[in-house]
Design a protein around this ligand. Sequence first.
Ligand code: TRP
Ligand code: SF4
Length: 360
Amino acid sequence: MSSEIKDNSSAQSSSAIQISRASEKPPKGSIIMSGMRSTSHIHIGNFFGAMKPWLDLQNEYMGYYGVMNWHGLTTKYKEPHEVMSFAREMYAEWIAWGLDHEKNVIFIQSEVPEHIELTMFFMMLTPMSWLERVPTWKDAEEEAKASDTHNLGRFMYPVLQAADIAVYRGTHVPIGQDQIPHLELSRDIIKRFNFLYGGNLPEPKPIFSSTPVLIGTDGRKMSKSYNNAFQLTQSPDEVSKTLRAMPTDPARVRRTDPGDPAKCPVYSFHKLYSQPEDLRWAEEGCKSAGIGCGDCKKRLGERINENMAKPFAAKQELLSNPEKLDSLIADGCARARKIAKQQLDQVKDWTGFKPSGDWV
Ligand code: TRP
Ligand code: SF4
């Protein structure tokens, strides 16, 4: 694992986080489509849950990866500029971690208006009852009301997601387990579209990554809303600050008290970032009180910084070179628009929803 995160050019080597056996390897010629909403910095949970498989897939398949800022706006509509600045940073972050701009089409969703046009078609044929029973909506309704986001945009989030996939004829979608209901709905919408209009949009299949259960820096489940994750790229200072505040096994009150690594968030991060010899060192040292928690955190900090150094530098380089980043984004979006436009033309042919005279 450690060497995987360290070297962002090693995308094809085997990784600890394997693409799940449950989903078969996509056949040759499959089209991979995925994205993330741009509402915050990426943390390592997002990396393992979503992005790591992209790096593994990019050497074999055509891939479309979208910074989904319209999806971001569904909950952050009061801060559109923030969603946009996260979008730019996310783009830089992906490139810095080795998502290949040449091999893939990397774009920002709102720059490709065809997503919205296809969404309109999909909205017409999607019964409201399908959306009402999506668990992410059902479970979030109370929270949505409380946070002033019980809105139409959030309700139809999965319809837009179906269009994201279909507009590139995506056949396989690497996603986290939490996204399964969304993908099922995408398949249903696309199926109904094909049935109604005689289209041949592929019904997308999920690709899961068997994500390890990630514990947050405070010992709770890792979650954006708890603000308890390491960001994907952080400066060494920020890393040591986070480490200092991390709780350890409560049994280790004194330096001489032995501990149990299984009860310690520090150790769970060692498992992600450290090699077997360090793991053994931490485990034995912890159980025998041979090392202090300070030593253990210090070693972890070194490993995290080693892993992050290269992408961190690459990201800084991109952010400090706005013209370069902007031209990458412009190019990625233009390539996305070209493909999406072709698909939309075909959609208009299938549906017959196009000028009935020589208007254009
Ligand atoms: N819903 C996804 C998430 O929250 C983001 C997303 C939007 C997406 N459109 C997509 C993922 C299309 C895969 C395919 O992370
Ligand atoms: Fe956690 Fe390491 Fe301290 Fe053990 S020695 S409690 S694993 S920080």
